[in-house]
Design a protein around this ligand. Structure first.
Ligand SMILES: *[C@@H]1O[C@H](CO)[C@@H](O)[C@H](O)[C@H]1NC(C)=O
Ligand SMILES: *[C@@H]1O[C@H](CO)[C@@H](O)[C@H](O)[C@H]1NC(C)=O
Ligand SMILES: *[C@@H]1O[C@H](CO)[C@@H](O)[C@H](O)[C@H]1NC(C)=O
Ligand SMILES: *[C@@H]1O[C@H](CO)[C@@H](O)[C@H](O)[C@H]1NC(C)=O
Ligand SMILES: *[C@@H]1O[C@H](CO)[C@@H](O)[C@H](O)[C@H]1NC(C)=O
Ligand SMILES: CC(=O)N[C@H]1CO[C@H](CO)[C@@H](O)[C@@H]1O
Length: 500
């Protein structure tokens, strides 16, 4: 904060101050530590496309405490012709995209067979859920979205309105069966047009611990069966049918257990949400404190383990995906997670809502996607709690990739890598150091190996190139930095077992 004020009135002063600060850090607060990697066997497997982004429904009028952060980032108004947006998604080839969010259970789909009502977007309304009326998705917009998604190479899932036809009781429970007719029209149309939807998801945060309206596990399971039946009918004769995803709820053990027990034959992906970093509209300072607090990040793994156990006990073949926003620490859901998700715009945006320029998190997400393979290795960091360490089999080689995140703002950490008790000294390690510009963690600019990353002309995403480092030197993890290390020549049993 103070550096911002200084910068405006006297840039030279900032330079001198920054310099002395960096000097102090370098000379004084350097500590050593070691990443211990167990290379015998991998402990978990993530989805190939672990990183995932959401396109949400929030209209520009959606505000919290005076901050209206969504802008024109909604499925209904996002500028699909923006070349940076297209390239940002293409860069992942493929990026998993989830269409959905809080307002999805208030969306009506315009259909060919139901043209009696005008198709109008959400409008503010004090009597509507979350302050908005129902909103309508025009068919023409659905065509545009599908054209865009196909063009960007995305793998998309679409969240259906699960409240259609239900009655909302005074205690905020929605009762009665799901009216699937409107959803059926949309799915039928989508199928006829040949649009590729990887999965159809039913409902958003109605199951588990609801954020506003709740649906009990039994009726939710019946609705899920109805969706399953619908997909079987519409996609009859198609060998690879879209997956069924649900319920996208927040953790509640009893609810999750009952629901999973009743959907063993209908559900492909059990989706749930974790917002350990908050829901995105807290004051910035609080958010930063939570991100930098290692215990907050640790809390996530308890929920993940519980969900995994619930699925295991039920005998379902469904896999778990978790959705939630991340900032800075893109790697926080490591061990048992199959999926993480970050919004493309809005409060937890990967891209700037106004001009689509990638935020720093975009680049860490992209590096994760390119370097970290799906097999997870057991990893421990000894030396300081402020380092988060992750290791996976590499995505593009037979070696491994390590991610180190320094949550500390004052200490540089010199990290050695120890695999199965042996100090790693292979040649040809590639390093990718992401650091915030001017050491300001709130900066919208990020440096890769000391050089600022920026979008080229016309709207091209910069090439992310590593630097080759000497393997006998420890890895230098600067304050507030994210460091990916690719070691293509490290051959360990855990990774050779799975690649053969
Ligand atoms: C709302 O915004 C004001 C001014 O920015 C801030 O002081 C206050 O803490 C915010 N309140 C909440 C609940 O976020
Ligand atoms: C895009 O559409 C074409 C033609 O229907 C199809 O062959 C291709 O697989 C689609 N690509 C994606 C990523 O959906
Ligand atoms: C809410 O009210 C409905 C209808 O009266 C009832 O069936 C349901 O059990 C109640 N749910 C909760 C959680 O209290
Ligand atoms: C037709 O539109 C009405 C009003 O928007 C809606 O309640 C109904 O579910 C729609 N029916 C179908 C089959 O889409
Ligand atoms: C760095 O250390 C100083 C002195 O202990 C402390 O006042 C300051 O808050 C620390 N800064 C960060 C970013 O941790
Ligand atoms: C190596 C080095 O510069 N050490 C300094 C670290 O900071 C303390 C207290 O400010 C000094 O006394 C040391 O000389």
């Amino acid at each position: 904060m103070s550096s911002l004020t200084l910068k405006k009135c006297c840039p030279l002063l900032v330079f001198v101050l920054c310099f002395s600060f960096i000097y102090a850090v370098e000379s004084n607060l350097t500590i050593s530590g070691t990443v211990f990697v167990n290379g015998k066997r991998s402990i978990a497997k993530t989805d190939e496309n672990f990183i995932c982004a959401t396109l949400d429904w929030w209209p520009p009028e959606s505000c919290n405490n005076g901050s209206c952060s969504w802008g024109r980032a909604s499925l209904l108004n996002l500028d699909l012709k923006n070349v940076i947006l297209l390239n940002a998604i293409k860069a992942f080839s493929p990026l998993r995209i989830r269409m959905g969010g809080t307002l999805q259970d208030q969306v009506i789909y315009q259909t060919k067979d139901n043209n009696t009502e005008p198709c109008v977007p959400f409008a503010q309304s004090s009597s509507g859920l979350f302050g908005f009326t129902n909103g309508c998705l025009p068919l023409a917009r659905w065509d545009e979205l599908n054209y865009f998604l196909n063009h960007s190479g995305a793998i998309s899932t679409f969240g259906l309105n699960a409240l259609n036809g239900k009655t909302i009781q005074p205690n905020n429970t929605a009762t009665g069966p799901w009216d699937s007719s409107n959803a059926a029209s949309l799915i039928r149309y989508t199928f006829k047009k040949g649009y590729n939807i990887y999965g159809w998801e039913l409902g958003n945060e109605l199951g588990g611990r609801p954020i506003m309206i709740g649906v009990a596990p039994d009726p939710y399971a019946s609705d899920t069966m109805a969706l399953h039946k619908l997909i079987q009918e519409i996609y009859r004769g198609v060998s690879i049918k879209p997956k069924i995803l649900a319920p996208g709820g927040n953790f509640d053990r009893d609810w999750f257990e009952q629901y999973v027990a009743k959907t063993t034959n209908t559900l492909d992906v059990f989706t749930h949400h974790i917002y350990n970093l908050g829901r995105g509209y807290d004051p910035e300072e609080q958010l930063i404190q939570r991100i930098l607090d290692p215990t907050v990040l640790d809390g996530v793994s308890d929920v993940l383990k519980s969900v995994e156990q619930i699925l295991k006990n039920s005998g379902t073949s469904a896999v778990a995906w978790v959705f939630g926003p991340t900032r800075v620490d893109i790697g926080l859901w490591n061990e048992d997670v199959l999926q993480t998700i970050v919004d493309l715009g809005g409060n937890y945006g990967l891209l700037d809502t106004n001009n689509f320029v990638p935020n720093p998190d975009y680049y860490s997400a992209l590096l994760w996607h390119r370097l970290m393979g799906s097999y997870v290795l057991s990893t421990n960091f000894m030396g300081t709690k402020m380092i988060r360490a992750y290791a996976h089999c590499a995505k593009q080689s037979k070696g491994i990739s390590v991610l180190l995140i320094n949550l500390g703002g004052n200490t540089t950490v010199r990290a050695k890598i120890d695999i199965n008790g042996k100090q790693e000294s292979e040649m040809g390690r590639e390093e990718y150091h992401l650091t915030p510009m001017n050491g300001n963690i709130q900066s919208k600019r990020v440096l890769l190996n000391g050089k600022a990353l920026s979008v080229g002309s016309p709207g091209t995403i910069p090439v992310l190139k590593g630097v080759t480092a000497n393997s006998w030197e420890p890895i230098k993890v600067a304050p507030y930095s994210v460091v990916f290390v690719h070691m293509p020549n490290v051959v360990i049993q855990a990774c050779t077992d799975v690649s053969s």
